[in-house]
Ligand binder design. Structure first.
Ligand code: NAP
Ligand code: MG
Length: 402
């Protein structure tokens, strides 16, 4: 059988623990036999990050800027315990944070849906993607515990020394106080990423905030989104037959619950943090959630939303078979290969990504699934498969469509 060709490579970022084990299995069983895989390989496994003083992460991010498409395995973000476990030179930063800082992007999380696992919300028929602005607001706030009476003021000192001063509150007793900020350039790139992604997936875009209450802060978000839309995206959206609209966060929440799904919901940082967990849980399982980082200038980095599944890895290392779900990691690959195919106009590669995704879903619909899904399935489970058996079952179905 001749393998499908690729014109340009994707950036491949290997990772840690159980997902690193799955990574190799997925390549050996589901990719290499079918595709003449072209990748630029970066080993982001913790040991190699430590050996290169984390330079490998920076190199990988720069490679994504050059090649436009990357696929990443889950990686350990070291804490104190990991520094000891891996005997690290330093407590290296989160690779995702490093990559995001270089690409300046927005993260989109979307559930992978199967018929036999029903969302908690009965009306949902298509996935809902949450786009979270991952910069500023309460995550970078300065806050105080006010211990007694006193006046809280907001003071801004311009570069020219000019001072603007406003009373926040006259405290008569104890309380709390917080200062938040965001930047126009960050909000603008959030808007561009969200609109670029909506176009690339041909889905409507919703954006929600609370501008009726926050008349400067949230109002700025609303106006900058509107400006980017009018000036840069309106024509393209109309051509693609998709819409953009802004609504209040409370209205958005009500509409989301009543909706059929099938759109992108752009959220401010805190809203996105909370809502993405609610949406993913309501759709089923963390192991069925993909994540893609889209930069405002159109670079794409695909990964699974879950981590390295440490608990399973320790069991695997002790010689046990584990039933770890590889679906989100497989979909990271299909997302990257499909995007590569779109950018290079290689129809075969796009078709392969579609086939592989279908083979995954068919396997589950046939009642063969990993343990995490078996508990949620509304159809009889024929086989609770370990990761390897599950991937082999997917391969069988993939071969049937070759
Ligand atoms: P996790 O790896 O997402 O796993 C948490 C639990 O969720 C697992 O113990 C497992 O539950 C379940 N789970 C997650 N993915 C699964 C899958 N594919 N199949 C079956 N079950 C799955 O989160 P964590 O244990 O908090 O973090 C582990 C490491 O991952 C940490 O070092 C963290 O830094 C890193 N991390 C990386 C990323 C990333 O690279 N994007 C994201 C998050 C965390 P049961 O044990 O109950 O089966
Ligand atoms: Mg959260």
């Amino acid at each position: 059988m001749s393998r499908i060709g690729m014109k340009n490579p994707v950036v491949e970022m290997d990772g840690d623990e159980m997902t690193r084990v799955l990574w190799k299995l997925i390549k050996d069983e589901l990719l290499l036999p079918f595709v003449d895989l072209k990748t630029e390989y970066y080993d982001l496994g913790l040991t190699h990050r430590d050996e290169t003083d984390d330079k490998v992460t920076v190199d990988a991010a720069n490679a994504i800027k050059r090649l436009k498409v990357g696929v990443k395995c889950a990686t350990i973000t070291p804490n104190k315990q990991r520094v000891e476990e891996y005997n690290l030179k330093e407590m290296w930063k989160s690779p995702n944070g490093t990559i995001r800082a270089i690409l300046d992007g927005t993260v989109f999380r979307a559930p992978i849906t199967v018929n036999c696992i029903k969302p908690v919300v009965k009306t949902w028929k298509k996935p809902i993607t949450v786009a979270r602005h991952a910069y500023g607001d309460v995550y970078k706030a300065t806050e105080y515990r006010v211990t007694g009476p006193g006046k809280a003021e907001l003071v801004f000192t311009g570069k020219d020394g000019h001072e603007t001063r406003q009373t926040v509150f006259d405290f008569e007793g104890a309380g709390v106080l917080q200062g938040q900020y965001n930047r126009d350039d960050s909000i603008l790139s959030f808007a561009r990423s969200a609109m670029t992604y909506a176009l690339s997936t041909k889905q409507d875009l919703w954006f929600s905030a609370k501008d009726t209450i926050s008349k400067q802060y949230d109002q700025t978000f609303k106006l900058l989104f509107q400006e980017v839309y009018e000036n840069e995206f309106k024509d393209k959206f109309e051509k693609a037959g998709i819409t953009y609209f802004y609504t209040l966060i409370d209205d958005a929440v009500a509409r989301v619950i009543r909706s059929e799904g099938g759109f992108i919901w752009a959220c401010k940082n805190y809203d996105g943090d909370v809502m993405s967990d609610m949406i993913s849980t309501a759709f089923g399982s963390l192991a069925m959630m993909t994540s893609v980082l889209v930069s405002p200038d159109g670079n794409y980095e695909y990964e699974a939303a879950h981590g390295t599944v440490t608990r399973h890895f320790y069991r695997y290392r002790a010689g046990e078979k584990t039933s770890t779900n590889p679906i989100a990691t497989i979909f990271a690959w299909t997302g990257a290969l499909r995007k590569r195919g779109e950018l290079d106009a290689t129809q075969d590669l796009i078709a392969f990504a579609d086939r592989l995704e279908k083979a995954c879903l068919d396997t589950i619909e046939d009642g063969i699934m990993t343990k995490d899904l078996a508990g949620l399935s509304e159809i009889p489970v024929r086989q609770i498969a370990d990761s390897e058996a599950f991937i082999k079952a997917i391969r069988e179905r993939l071969e049937q469509t070759a």
